[in-house]
Ligand binder design. Sequence first.
Ligand SMILES: Cc1cc2nc3c(=O)[nH]c(=O)nc-3n(C[C@H](O)[C@H](O)[C@H](O)COP(=O)(O)O)c2cc1C
Length: 174
Amino acid sequence: MKIGIFYGSTTGITESVAYRLADLMHIDHEHLHDVARSEPSEVGDYDLLLLGSSTWGNGDLQDDWYDFLTGIEVLDLHDKHIALFGCGDQSMCDTFCNAVGTLYRRLQKTGARFCGAFEAGDYTFEHSTARVDGHLVGLLIDEVNEPEKTEHRLNYWVKLLQKELKGARAEATL
Ligand SMILES: Cc1cc2nc3c(=O)[nH]c(=O)nc-3n(C[C@H](O)[C@H](O)[C@H](O)COP(=O)(O)O)c2cc1C
């Protein structure tokens, strides 16, 4: 299974999470893509897409995602898996990691299979569009308030993905 990571990051937090995920999953850095410098067609090279955005403004996507998302949401991705991750700040408790919810909602029509849903228990926010039916639709990281939890969250999420995708074609190490 070929894995690509696509991320948008303004101050480098989501970028650093993307690199940490790549290292945990043994993904070569050539498969890490900053969406600010990538073409939507590049997602075609992969079976599993890890898509990461921080949240800015009042629950908005990270700036570089706007054009990239417009480009990929019209693609047919039914043969791919998508796993979402994002960085935010739980003190913005009504819009925590809403960008992850936006990616989830807007990519539904691609037909991709979503994986990597995460437990909502260990967080303190009130509202997030990334929480759907009591679960988080991806990995949410809060480096502002809970940096000490990041390593565990990353490790736990990667194990969840491995479990979920077990049985899927294994070309790259997951
Ligand atoms: C002006 C501003 C607005 C923000 N708005 C939100 C928000 O609505 N929800 C959220 O979860 N985090 C919000 N954040 C926090 C950022 O998402 C957080 O700092 C994140 O780690 C930045 O990641 P990046 O450097 O990869 O862009 C905001 C931060 C700033 C400075």
